[in-house]
Ligand binder design. Structure first.
Ligand code: SAM
Length: 264
């Protein structure tokens, strides 16, 4: 799976499930309503992909990867090739001069998502070998990612306006909102947002797939029983201490629950 940053709530683990629902939907436009790190948009197979996130920084980063890739990549790769330079930038001893403030801004966003635990821009990634290794790995994915991002449509909208803008019978909305009660993002969700999301998504002309943590009670209260639940290995923590993570899916694509087996 292609990824370009560490991001809380990133969904590479369910891309194949989403792909199966999308293929079955008969739609030809894939709209990633809460795109985040882009891990779904970057890996889904569709001719028409719309990536959206309300976070302005993510939009800036994706826009620069689409429009000024060579200059951005030159800066990113210079640090990937030189460990000392990487830590000089990390510690604030050097700055990047790309002769374009937009590219410099996008680079600092990319770096902060890759050297901390993204999302809130807080840096608590340990300053060790793995930090540099993760950065190098994600830089090595950039060329492939930029080819895909180059073909995407990018939006920086609230989900309400986005759904209204793109809703047709050919549109498939992938809906991965912030988790209830968690303040991981610059923009988080209130119960009112969940209610609005429910009202908007249930009324679409197109198709949708929505996912949540199966243990969250708000989705069950608002949307009832999920279409299916996927159980997967939880990779956070030591193997013997982890409890499998359950993700609930809601979709209006017919007969999906019978087509997808729960992974143990
Ligand atoms: C669970 S994350 C999405 C993760 C994404 N699927 C991935 O794989 O990286 C939820 C995202 O919703 C965005 N968001 C929060 N409120 C929003 C809103 N009202 N409209 C659109 N996006 C919003 C956040 O910035 C965050 O990136």
């Amino acid at each position: 799976m292609l990824r370009i940053m560490k991001y809380p709530g990133s969904k590479t683990s369910v891309v194949e499930d989403i792909q199966r629902i999308y293929d079955q939907s008969g739609c030809n436009v894939f709209v990633d309503v809460f795109g985040g790190s882009g891990s779904v948009s970057l890996n889904i197979r569709s001719r028409n992909i719309v990536y959206n996130d309300l976070n302005r920084d993510l939009f800036t980063l994706f826009t620069v990867l689409k429009t000024h890739f060579s200059s951005f990549y030159r800066a990113a790769n210079a640090l990937a090739m030189d460990r000392r330079l990487f830590f000089d930038y990390y510690d604030g001893r050097i700055v990047i001069d790309a002769e374009n403030p937009e590219i410099e801004k996008a680079f600092s966003i990319f770096f902060s998502f890759n050297s901390g635990f993204g999302g809130m821009g807080e840096t608590y990634g340990k300053k060790d070998k793995s930090l540099y290794g993760t950065y190098r790995k994600n830089v090595s994915n950039l060329i492939k990612a930029s080819n895909i991002i180059g073909k995407m449509k990018l939006e920086n909208m609230d989900f309400r306006g986005l759904i209204e803008k793109y809703d047709t019978s050919e549109t498939f909305f992938y809906v991965d909102p912030p988790y209830p009660g968690k303040n991981w993002y610059v923009h988080n969700f209130t119960e009112e947002d969940f209610m609005d999301l429910g009202r908007n998504i249930i009324a679409v002309k197109g198709k949708y797939a929505m996912n949540f943590n199966a243990s969250d009670t708000i989705p069950v209260k608002l949307f009832g029983k999920p279409s299916f639940i996927k159980e997967e290995e939880n990779r956070n923590g030591k193997p013997r201490e982890t409890v499998p993570r359950k993700i609930s899916f809601y979709t209006n694509v017919a007969n999906v629950s019978t087509k997808i087996s729960t992974k143990k």
